[in-house]
Design a protein around this ligand. Structure first.
Ligand code: CO
Length: 164
């Protein structure tokens, strides 16, 4: 399992629902956490490691404690003001993009055991959830940029990849 970079086709199509909640799913999720930690990410979608399933994870450091969650088959409902920060993405090394996002996001999802859950996030966790949900829908944070800028980012990534 390793991080796939844009424009890998697995990042460009929407993922399939998870229907089986077994040990294999837990194993996959654990591996995703390991990779995300190695790469110092705070969110990761399954298709970013080549797995075509509707799963994303977050691990956001806060002063008191970390916010760690696994979202299986998530659905997002957005509200609140629009906010934005400089976002990074493990599938776009060294690219930062500012994307308008909703400040509040209500997430309906299943946990690794298949239990239904609902949670509301605001601020950074809300932004991360929206970023990862986009991945699961085959979208990325450059989609809303002008096509010329998208092309420039794509060229830069291809060039960086060749230099490795
Ligand atoms: Co990303």
């Amino acid at each position: 399992m390793k991080i796939v970079h844009y424009p890998d086709p697995v990042l460009l199509k929407s993922t399939n629902q998870v229907t089986v909640f077994d040990e294999k799913l837990k194993y996959t999720v654990n591996k995703m956490f390991k990779i995300m930690q190695q790469e110092k990410g705070i969110g990761l979608a399954a298709n970013q490691v080549g797995i075509d399933k509707s799963i994303f994870i977050i691990k956001i450091p806060f002063i008191e404690q970390e916010l760690i969650r696994v979202f299986v088959n998530p659905k997002l409902f957005l509200s609140g003001d629009m906010i934005s920060i400089q976002e990074g993405c493990l599938s776009f090394p060294n690219v930062k993009v500012e994307v308008p996002r909703s400040s509040i996001c209500n997430v309906f999802y299943q946990d690794v055991d298949g239990s239904m859950r609902e949670e509301t996030f605001s601020g950074l966790p809300s932004i991360v959830c929206q970023h990862e949900m986009d991945h699961l829908e085959g979208k990325t944070f450059i989609d809303k940029l002008p096509s010329l800028t998208q092309q420039q980012i794509c060229d830069k990534l291809t060039l960086d990849e060749q230099k490795r």
